[in-house]
Design a protein around this ligand. Structure first.
Ligand code: CTP
Ligand code: MN
Length: 477
């Protein structure tokens, strides 16, 4: 157990320059001057000096912020307490049933082979579908699929997914290539790889990045357990290989629509706040409008797609992006976005005020005081400035979401120490979702408890709701 760590230069550096590369040497070069160095004899003194400089800098920023909601508070109340929690999660790991994945891999191989056969039949010959060069030759030279709207690489017409996307509804072979790629990727990144990474107890250990994401979110690497697919049937089957140990169960707790609730809270938009107070589901509402069906007839698939539209509109995906993913014309998409921002007019005002704030100050921050510097918002390059504008809207929302989930992890950790010591381990954080492994007998009690903690950890103007579920594996929950 990690104890008595009271300062971390990496985390301080991260809070001072979220999204930048943080390393001890880079920080030392930036914050410790030659004059300081001439007095320094050993590296521990260097770190001591760096620590003081970083603390000074954090204090300097905190001076400009609201008391209790400063970057220094984020440092000491959120990031520092999280270190030991994340370390414990990494060490515990999650149990993997490797034989499930091995069986899935065999099944997947057959599916890939049969897709391949169909591709060969349509192509009129065999070739290596994974080779962009050969694929380009087959599609655009031999089958003469028109290439007017497609990008080119140095030597060929591009077969990037973004380009093939434009052709897939018209050319069955292109749709098959997409399926082939999706399945090959799942097989190569998860099915064949994860079983090799487990320890002697069949547990898989990720590494959490606490100083990586510019918004304040965590990252997960080696392996990345935050982007196991959720959408497809295959995603669920892969998740079913993540299991509870004998005598235990998994408890999952997922915040419902937390980013939109945060957006409602920050923008104070009357319509969106009222909808959440009535217990409505905005993803469902958007789906019902886009697909023109009554809310109760919205399918899971429609709701899932509508999520991307809600996030997309708020974070500036634009009419073209929406038209591509919703299968609308550009005009229809433009009109939809216009009506959306008319209806939730507070969101539009919020978006404008964040851009203005960032342009004036050169940074944005979350309600808790976490800051992200965005000097490039003043760039003469329109593309660079536009991308900074999207970040200026995204960061205060996604960053507050990240802050809330981190606070929830700390609160739940305290609750576990006090009431469930030795019976519960927090295993994973997937942005707005926490996964625990618990003694079978206490699962319902703990699930109820964790829901209460998560929903009350940071009061917003609208209710925070966490959905909890219990199961033998991640697929079930
Ligand atoms: N997300 C995204 N685009 C999507 C789906 C999800 O950017 N199409 C991101 C968002 O940051 C979102 C997070 O992933 O907050 C969690 O996704 P999810 O739990 O699926 O979204 P919720 O809005 O919480 O919806 P639900 O009520 O289904 O939990
Ligand atoms: Mn969610």
């Amino acid at each position: 157990e990690l104890r008595q760590v009271d300062f971390d230069c990496l985390l301080a550096g991260y809070l001072l320059n979220a999204g930048g590369t943080v390393s001890l040497s880079a920080l030392a070069l930036e914050y410790v001057s030659d004059a300081d160095v001439s007095d320094i004899e050993g590296s521990s003194l260097l770190v001591q000096t760096l620590r003081e400089k970083l603390l000074d800098k954090l204090r300097e920023i905190a001076q400009e912020q609201k008391p209790g909601k400063t970057v220094l508070d984020v440092f000491s109340r959120v990031e520092m307490p999280l270190i030991a929690i994340l370390r414990a999660m990494e060490r515990v790991g999650i149990r993997l049933n490797g034989s499930i994945l091995t069986a899935l891999s065999k099944e997947m191989e057959q599916e890939i082979e049969s897709i391949q056969k169909e591709i060969y039949a349509l192509a009129g010959r065999e070739f290596n579908v994974s080779s962009p060069k050969q694929l380009s030759e087959v599609l655009f030279v031999e089958l003469k699929i028109p290439t007017t709207n497609l990008k080119r690489t140095k030597t060929n017409v591009s077969t990037a997914s973004s380009e093939l996307e434009k052709l897939k509804s018209e050319y069955p072979i292109v749709a098959l290539v997409e399926q082939y790629r999706e399945r090959t990727k799942l097989k190569n990144t998860y099915l064949d790889v994860l079983p090799r990474l487990v320890d002697a107890e069949s547990r898989l250990h990720t590494t959490f990045g606490q100083a990586t994401a510019a918004t304040g979110r965590l990252s997960s690497t080696d392996p990345n357990l935050q982007n196991i697919p959720i959408r497809s049937e295959w995603g669920e089957r892969i998740r079913s290989a993540f299991v509870a140990s004998p005598g235990k169960l998994l408890v999952g707790a997922d915040y419902s629509q937390i980013e939109l609730r945060v957006a409602a809270h920050l923008s104070n938009d009357a319509e969106m706040c009222a909808a959440f107070r009535r217990g409505e589901d905005i993803h469902r509402r958007t789906a019902s409008l886009v697909y023109n069906v009554p809310p109760e007839s919205v399918t899971d698939e429609m709701r899932r797609k509508a999520k991307a539209f809600n996030f997309g509109i708020i974070y500036g995906m634009g009419a073209y992006g929406l038209s591509q993913s919703a299968g609308m014309t550009r005009d229809e998409a433009g009109k939809f976005i216009e009506e959306y921002l008319e209806h939730f007019s507070g969101i539009r005002t919020f978006m404008e005020s964040m851009k203005k704030f960032a342009l004036e100050k050169g940074y944005v921050e979350t309600e808790l005081g976490r800051r992200r510097f965005l000097p490039e918002i003043a760039s003469d390059n329109r593309q660079v400035a536009a991308s900074a504008e999207r970040m200026a809207i995204n960061m205060p929302v996604q960053g507050l979401e990240a802050d809330i989930v981190k606070l929830a992890m700390i609160a739940v950790d305290t609750c576990i120490r006090e009431r469930f010591a030795g019976q519960v381990s927090l295993l994973l954080q997937i942005h707005d979702e926490l996964i625990f492994e618990v003694e079978e007998s206490i699962a319902p009690v703990f699930a109820h408890e964790v829901k209460g903690v998560m929903e009350s950890v940071y009061p917003l103007q609208v209710p925070l709701v966490a959905d909890v579920s219990i199961g033998k594996n991640w697929g079930e929950i």
